[in-house]
Design a protein around this ligand. Structure first.
Ligand SMILES: [Fe+2]
Length: 206
């Protein structure tokens, strides 16, 4: 009797939006969902998502460090660094999304909110105030160094466990971009005359 079967599902039509709703989580952080058609054991996906979340927290911190530097940079190189920092920020935004979606794809939960990122990241917290350009760049390079190291460890482990997708994402998307950004920053820390070439005679005398 179709009428009786559908009776329980019927709800009165009401145009009122149902706001302020709450319910229990549908999956706890640090777990992976079962039986995904990926041919990767649950233990592998657990280990990979844990390490990817560390890489994610550090990439989110570096992303925000770039925006801080973009806003607060000062001095004769203001314009070029203002633009460069924002370019790198945009590339880190892409990286963050790629890592987070890799974690979800593996059945895990991506870290997302600032307080959780702050608790997890290995990158040193900068002061709220403004810092000189060489200090800004040094902070960014220190952050890149942490991320590059994590990429190498994670990529090697992913390869060992047969998670080729994670290996490829970490090497192709994260590691290579971080290496390139590190190069662009490092060249700004080379002592170089801005207007007058250094006189070789004067250099000898000095
Ligand atoms: Fe801006």
């Amino acid at each position: 009797m179709p009428k009786k079967e559908n009776a329980g599902r019927q709800t009165p039509i009401n145009a009122q939006p149902r706001i302020h709703q709450h319910a229990a989580e549908i999956q706890a952080y640090g777990t992976v969902s079962h039986a995904l058609p990926l041919d990767l054991d649950e233990a592998v996906r657990l280990e990979m998502t844990e390490q990817l979340n560390q890489l994610l927290a550090d990439s989110m911190t570096l992303r925000d460090l770039y925006k801080k530097a973009h806003w607060q940079v000062a001095g004769p190189t203001f314009y070029q660094l203002h633009l460069l920092f924002d370019k790198h920020f945009g590339e880190q935004v892409e990286i963050v999304d790629t890592i987070a979606e890799r974690i979800q794809l593996l059945g895990g939960i991506s870290i997302a909110m600032a307080p959780d990122v702050a608790e997890t990241t290995k990158i040193e917290r900068p002061p709220r105030g403004r810092e000189e350009v060489p200090v800004q760049i040094s902070r960014l390079l220190d952050a890149h160094l942490i991320i590059v190291g994590e990429c190498r460890t994670l990529a090697a482990r992913a390869s060992e466990l047969g998670d080729d997708g994670t290996n490829d994402t970490v090497v192709s998307d994260v590691l290579r971009t971080n290496e390139l950004q590190s190069w662009f920053l490092t060249e700004h820390l080379v002592e170089m005359p801005l207007v007058h070439a250094q006189d070789p005679v004067m250099r000898k005398a000095g």
